[in-house]
Design a protein around this ligand. Sequence first.
Ligand SMILES: Cc1cc2nc3c(=O)[nH]c(=O)nc-3n(C[C@H](O)[C@H](O)[C@H](O)COP(=O)(O)O)c2cc1C
Length: 353
Amino acid sequence: MRHGSWMLPWLQPDRFPLYLAPMAGVTDTVFRGLCKELGADVTVTEFVSAEGILQADERTRKYTDFDEPQRPLGVQLFGADGKRMGEAARKITDWKRPDFIDINFGCPVNKVVAKNGGSSLLKDCPLLTNVASELVKASPVPVTAKMRIGWDSENVNALDVCRRLEDAGIQAIAIHGRTRAQGYTGLANWDVIGMCAEAVKIPVIGNGDIASGHDVERRRRETKVRGIMIGRAAMGNPWVFREAKHYLGTGEHLSPVTMEQRFEFMLRHTRLALVSNRYKDEISAMRSMRNRLMTYTAGLPGGKHLRAKFCHVSSVAELEDIAAEHLAATSRGSHVADANASTSEEGELLVAA
Ligand SMILES: Cc1cc2nc3c(=O)[nH]c(=O)nc-3n(C[C@H](O)[C@H](O)[C@H](O)COP(=O)(O)O)c2cc1C
């Protein structure tokens, strides 16, 4: 069955959805739920291999867990065998009923590229087309794609790839405006994203370096993208979705969240991680939260001091103590010097919050 005529409800012409970008190790079910509460319209799971689904691998099951409020939600698959991916799409749809399946044509990681998955398909357009059409044929739910603009600066083929994906029956394409060779360096090329959005009829969602409501508004105004996807900025500043919605609606920025609200959020995130089924015990959950806590406080008054503590934090009770102590010190004004010493990158995060 081909789904060429499906119109995804969240991409109707009068809508302009904000997607939370899939980020392996970051956008698990807990974080997706939190971002959805803060205004993200569409969420996508971390990428999982089609083979992992077919083998009913336990970890793959966990990676694809989601709750109803996270809808519309897509499960993101990577792989290079269209038939197997089609089978995986059917199986995951039976298990979890996602709203759509998303194909990863962007992952730059060697482990994935070595198996011909992710961005390596950008180098082999016939195979990419085959994967997309087999998946569209087999999938009981609509299929979307996420891609980079090309393999490297000599091979920026996003336009050709988008046309092929559209012909294959893909319903929407998220484009990260970097090549595979760039990794996360340099700037996302929004000219190429804009060109693709003009060239195809299916919706293009723009992705790359969006960190504020102002960024969202600018890309919406300057290109024909039909939605925006936000990744790294949301890691430390999940409020970016709320801020962007407010800015789109009023042309004004929201005040940054207070330190109390930030800690409240960090504690809530940590407690939810603890009761999720992702970690076997408190210490494993806390280990995985350490980096996240550091990201939440980058550039804030006393951030350096906090990060030294987060490196070792091993229980929620300890985190509660750190929060209480920090808030008491902040009210005494003892973190001002530390804030002044923060790097410019951290400073930007502070402004973005
Ligand atoms: C830690 C991390 C993990 C990522 N994992 C995935 C993934 O599983 N699937 C995917 O399509 N993209 C993945 N990406 C790419 C992001 O979805 C996004 O395209 C990229 O970060 C650019 O958007 P940004 O500038 O808003 O961060 C990942 C990025 C990061 C930083």
